[in-house]
Design a protein around this ligand. Structure first.
Ligand code: SF4
Length: 304
C-alpha cells in the first residue's frame, strides 16, 4: 500500500430520494490525495462539490445515499468501519463555509476548543495554553477575550477564524474546507491557504471552491459539472491550458476574462452534463464523453 496515500475515494452514484423516484447528484467522481497535497474541487453551484465532501465525511442528508462507491482513509475502509465518528475532528477535520452556523450556539468558544483538545489526550493543565495558541495562530490578537465569548457575540469572519482554531486543536491528516475563503480578498485567500500549509504541512487538503483564484493556489484541481468529473490535473495545466470545453467556459466567465456566459443552446439533454450549453457539442456528444489522459492530467469530452 502507498503509505502516503491519505484519501482514496470513489463516489459511485450519490442519489437523492425524491417524492417520485430519485435523482443522481454525483456520479463517478474519483479523488486520490497524498500527504501534504492540496486539491481544489471546483464547479458551479449544483455541480456536486458539497455533496462529494459530505459523502467523505459521511454526513449526507437523510434522503441522500451513496451507492456502489468506496472510501479509504489511510487504507481503512470508512464505509464499513464504525469509527469514522472517532476520527472526525481528530484526524479528519472539516472547515465549514459558515462558521456561525457550524459552532454550537449554547457553548462558549472555550468549551468548544476544550472539547477538541480533550480528544488529543492533552493534560487538563495544558488545555488553556493550547486553546490560546490556536486562537493566536488563527489570527486573534486578544485570544483571552475570545475564549469567554459565545458564537452570537462573534462576526462571521471571527467565527470562521474560530473554526480554523478548532482545526488547529487536532492531529489533522485530512482537512476538508468548504468555500473557506468566501468574502476574502485575494491577499486574504492567499494568507488563508498559506496558513493551512504552514500549520498542516503533512495533511492532505481538499478545498471546495467556486473561486478559480483559490484553485490556482492549490497543487491540483478537479472540475465537476452536473455531478460528473470533467477534468483533473495540476492546477496550472487545468486552469492555464485546458482542453475541456466546460473548464474553458468556467474560466471565460471570470470577471477579468469578460464574464462570457454560457447560455443554453439546446433543448435536449445529453449524456455530458454540459451538452445543452456547450458551443462545441456535436453528434459525437450523444454518447458518453470519452476519457483522455496526458501526463498527470485527464479530461472527459467526446470532441477530439
Ligand atoms: S462531450 Fe461534447 S458537450 Fe460535453 S464538453 Fe465535450 S464537446 Fe461539449
Amino acid at each position: 500500500m502507498d503509505c502516503q496515500l491519505i484519501l482514496d475515494y470513489d463516489s459511485g452514484k450519490i442519489l437523492a430520494r425524491l417524492e417520485k423516484g430519485s435523482r443522481c447528484l454525483v456520479d463517478g467522481v474519483r479523488l486520490r490525495l497524498r500527504a501534504g497535497e492540496c486539491l481544489a474541487l471546483i464547479g458551479e453551484t449544483g455541480s456536486g462539490k458539497t455533496m462529494t465532501a459530505l459523502s467523505i465525511l459521511r454526513l449526507l442528508p437523510r434522503n441522500v445515499r451513496m451507492e456502489g462507491g468506496s472510501l479509504l482513509f489511510r487504507g481503512q475502509d470508512l464505509l464499513r468501519e464504525k469509527w469514522l465518528r472517532r476520527l472526525l475532528g481528530v484526524e479528519i477535520v472539516y472547515i465549514p463555509q459558515n462558521g456561525l452556523e457550524f459552532l454550537n450556539p449554547s457553548r462558549s468558544i472555550k468549551r468548544q476548543l476544550y472539547d477538541g483538545i480533550a480528544k488529543l489526550a492533552i493534560h487538563r493543565s495544558a488545555r488553556k495554553g493550547k486553546a490560546l495558541e490556536a486562537l493566536k495562530t488563527a489570527g486573534f490578537d486578544e485570544p483571552e477575550e475570545i475564549l469567554e465569548k459565545f458564537p452570537f457575540q462573534l462576526s462571521g469572519g471571527m467565527a470562521q477564524r474560530v473554526t480554523i482554531a478548532l482545526a488547529l486543536c487536532s492531529r489533522a491528516r485530512l482537512l476538508i474546507a468548504d468555500e473557506p475563503t468566501n468574502g476574502l480578498d485575494q491577499a486574504g485567500r492567499e494568507a488563508f491557504l498559506q496558513l493551512l500549509h504552514r500549520v498542516f504541512p503533512e495533511a492532505a487538503k481538499l478545498i471546495i471552491t467556486h473561486d478559480i483564484a483559490v484553485a490556482a493556489l492549490c497543487d491540483r484541481t478537479q472540475v465537476l459539472c452536473g455531478g460528473k468529473p470533467m477534468e483533473s490535473g495540476p492546477s496550472e495545466q487545468v486552469l492555464g491550458s485546458s482542453r475541456q470545453p466546460y473548464t474553458r467556459a468556467l474560466i471565460a466567465a471570470l470577471v477579468e476574462n469578460g464574464m462570457v456566459p454560457s447560455p443554453p443552446l439546446r433543448e435536449q439533454q445529453g449524456p455530458c452534463p454540459f451538452y445543452r450549453r456547450c458551443p462545441r457539442a456535436g453528434e459525437r456528444c450523444l454518447s458518453a464523453p470519452e476519457r483522455h489522459a496526458e501526463g498527470m492530467r485527464e479530461w472527459w469530452c467526446s470532441s477530439p
